[in-house]
Design a protein around this ligand. Structure first.
Ligand code: GLN
Length: 432
């Protein structure tokens, strides 16, 4: 069977093709030359499959979509506290290039607006020369994309020639001590970072690295710590779309970042990275058609982040009292999906509301993908109560060792087998 996903993406392009509302960015003269009718879309899964349609190989500059990745590197290289002392995390409700600095400290509101992004850039690599900082950005952005990226020199020098506002922001932040190094170098480096050339497939993979909590979907390399990615995604959610952030969160609901060349990336944690491209922009500097495409994806694919937490309803695949191959009667709980607070809660609730008829209780987690820490703690407590308070024998069926070395909260290790027919009779079982 041929996957229908690429055809679906083509439909999304077609359905949003009509109309030529919006203007290409003109404040960077070189960007004004862009062909306004280019359009592309890509979706990358966290295991590295990329679906794409339209001008999928067409390269354009990353611009502000570089900001979340630079923010991640700044945290990696300096620690979160050091970064937070210099750059806030509050939505500014203002345009991307606003002179948005706290009046007493000069601290920019957040790392997604230009002021915060310039200060962020100056932190990448820690205390290194600007040359090394630029090199580190090239290396790491190439690692995120999975291929060697290049700078669009024409866009870089065009923006530099007209970069007075960003230079002004750099000087102001230097005067407050938010930027410690030469502010002109920092702004130049930032503009170079914005001029990296990418296509939608590169961007989708970069976004999928964030969706995969910092582990590259294709190479498998751990590029960022999960805690760093959580910080980045939080800031993308609250500040990624500038003064349209609230509207975006309620309608599209995907942590995102746009760039003035016409790209938008979206990250659905644990699921996919998305990239769309179309150069005509609305008054916020977001791609008009790009926003439409993202709205469509969110609606059709159930991708609004407030809609995706549904596994709890199906955590219990089956519960039955039955005779095991060893001749013993047992109550068997078959669980499935990811065990998080909500799914584990439904298991605990079932145990609470239903008497357990048999001495032997089997938890079959063969179909569980992942056990989060909170779910392990909840299961550990349930194990202790079942065994020590209610006197049950509790057995795990865990062939993939999703909860390897599991202990109850009283420190007892559970019997664990790969298959249900390996469970020995109770009087022959060895209990730790
Ligand atoms: N390089 C651009 C600037 O600093 C990036 C802005 C953007 O993409 N929103 O103005």
């Amino acid at each position: 069977m041929k996957s229908p996903i690429t055809d679906y993406l083509k439909d999304v392009l077609e359905d949003t093709r009509q109309g030529d509302a919006g203007e290409v960015a003109a404040y960077i003269p070189e960007l004004a030359q862009a062909d306004p009718d280019r359009v592309a879309i890509a979706v990358a899964t966290v295991d590295g499959v990329v679906y794409s349609a339209g001008d999928e190989d067409y390269r354009f500059t990353i611009q502000s979509m570089s900001k979340p990745f630079a923010y991640a590197l700044a945290i990696r290289d300096n620690g979160l506290d050091h970064v937070l002392a210099r750059i806030g995390v509050e939505p500014s409700g203002e345009a991307f290039n606003e002179i948005s600095l706290e009046s007493d400290t000069g601290r920019p509101k957040n790392p997604m607006i230009n002021a915060g992004a310039i200060a962020t850039h100056a932190l990448v690599g820690g205390s290194v020369s600007q040359r090394d900082r630029n090199a580190e950005i090239m290396t790491m952005f190439s690692a995120f994309a999975g291929r060697d990226l290049e700078v669009d020199e024409a866009v870089f020098s065009s923006e530099l020639d007209h970069g007075h506002r960003n230079l002004g922001l750099g000087h102001l932040m230097k005067s407050f001590g938010v930027i410690e190094d030469n502010p002109v170098d920092a702004v130049e480096g930032y503009i170079r970072q914005c001029a990296l050339k990418v296509d939608v497939r590169d961007l989708a993979i970069m976004a999928a690295t964030l969706a995969n909590y910092g582990q590259h979907p294709v190479s498998g390399d751990r590029l960022l710590q999960p805690s760093t990615v959580r910080q980045v995604l939080s800031v993308m959610t609250s500040c990624g779309m500038y003064d349209a952030a609230g509207d975006w969160l309620t309608t599209v609901g995907i942590p995102a970042k746009s760039g003035v060349a016409g790209g938008i990336i979206g990250v659905l944690p644990g699921q996919v990275g998305i990239a769309v491209f179309s150069p005509r922009l609305d008054e916020h500097g977001n791609s008009v058609r790009g926003v439409k495409m993202m709205e469509r994806l969110s609606r059709d694919l159930g991708m609004h982040i407030m809609d995706v937490f549904r596994p709890s309803r199906s955590a219990l695949r089956n519960v039955s009292s039955r005779e095991l191959p060893n001749g013993e009667q047992a109550t068997v709980y078959e669980m499935q999906g990811d065990m998080i607070f909500a799914t584990m809660e439904s298991v605990l609730r079932h145990l609470d509301n239903n008497p357990l008829p048999d001495h032997l209780v089997v938890f079959d987690v063969t179909r569980v993908d992942e056990f989060h820490d909170v779910a392990k703690r909840m299961a550990a407590e349930a194990g202790a109560r079942l065994m020590d308070e209610d006197g049950h024998r509790v057995v795990l069926i865990d062939p993939d060792k999703v909860i390897a070395g599991f202990e109850t909260s009283h420190g007892a290790e559970l019997e664990s087998y790969a298959k249900i027919d390996q469970i020995p009779q109770t009087d022959k079982a060895v209990r730790n």
